[in-house]
Design a protein around this ligand. Structure first.
Ligand code: URA
Length: 241
């Protein structure tokens, strides 16, 4: 294993962060300073950072049902409520962080882990897994709008969204709103809201109900559960596809 990966797995820093820690000369392997991030190490090698031994961190994985009104960040400089406030101290002590983000006003499924590798791959565009949203939009969504959403719309930075699955679940004629299921494989900033804005049906509220094969089943709003081993393996399977 490369030294850089060993540091990331120990939760010292992200893979990229580990490079600068190594290059700054703070890391020793068997007592010798190593400044090469790709330096090969085996499990028996003693690795220290600032002369402190590093241990392999146990990886943990949680599925949270995020309520609206929470910022997706580990620490908010404006002192707003963050998604981390929803975890108890013991679970937080594993140095977990959110995988990707949901807006302040978006509810639903958000994964947390301290496994930098998995998080890195899950959030890279080329591995983007399927994400299912339920959006309540203003107005009666038309067939033309559905077709446009499915094919692709141009959002900020001149980006054309990739093909999506879109289906009107329920038309509420009294309140003039439509409940829509939309499945996308990308994660651009406020993508779903931007897509509906573009076709003229602004989102009133948004919930992520699925991530890969995971759903919110059995997890109440504001609570979370650990992932099962087979669920973690399946996520790893997703990125190898
Ligand atoms: N798309 C959005 O617009 N907001 C989210 O939080 C997630 C996807």
């Amino acid at each position: 294993m490369r030294l850089q990966k060993r540091l990331a797995e120990a939760g010292i820093a992200s893979r990229r962060g580990a490079v600068s820690v190594i290059e700054s000369g703070r890391v020793k392997v068997n007592g010798q300073i190593i400044t090469e991030p790709g330096f090969p190490v085996n499990p028996k090698d003693m690795v220290t950072v600032d002369d402190k031994m590093i241990e392999k961190e146990i990886h943990v994985y949680y599925l949270l049902n995020k309520p609206t009104g929470y910022v997706t960040t580990v620490k908010d400089d404006k002192n707003r409520k963050t998604v981390m406030d929803l975890f108890d101290e013991v679970d937080r002590s594993h140095r977990i962080f959110p995988v990707g983000r949901l807006d302040f006003d978006t509810a639903g499924l958000l994964l947390f882990t301290n496994d930098g590798d998995l998080a890195y791959y899950l959030t890279r565009p080329e591995f983007e897994v399927k994400k299912t949203y339920l959006a309540r939009v203003e107005g009666m969504l038309t067939k033309v709008a559905i077709k446009t959403l499915k094919t692709g719309v141009v959002i900020e930075n001149n980006y054309t969204t990739r093909p999506a699955q879109v289906r009107a679940v329920e038309y509420d004629k009294r309140n003039m709103t439509t409940l829509v299921e939309i499945i996308i494989h990308e994660g651009k900033n406020q993508q779903v809201r931007q897509m509906f804005d573009k076709v003229g049906f602004p989102v009133k509220n948004l919930t992520r109900v699925g991530y890969a094969d995971l759903t919110l089943e059995g997890v109440e709003r504001g609570s979370y559960r650990p992932l099962k081993i087979h669920e973690v393996k399946k996520l790893y399977g997703e990125i190898k596809k």
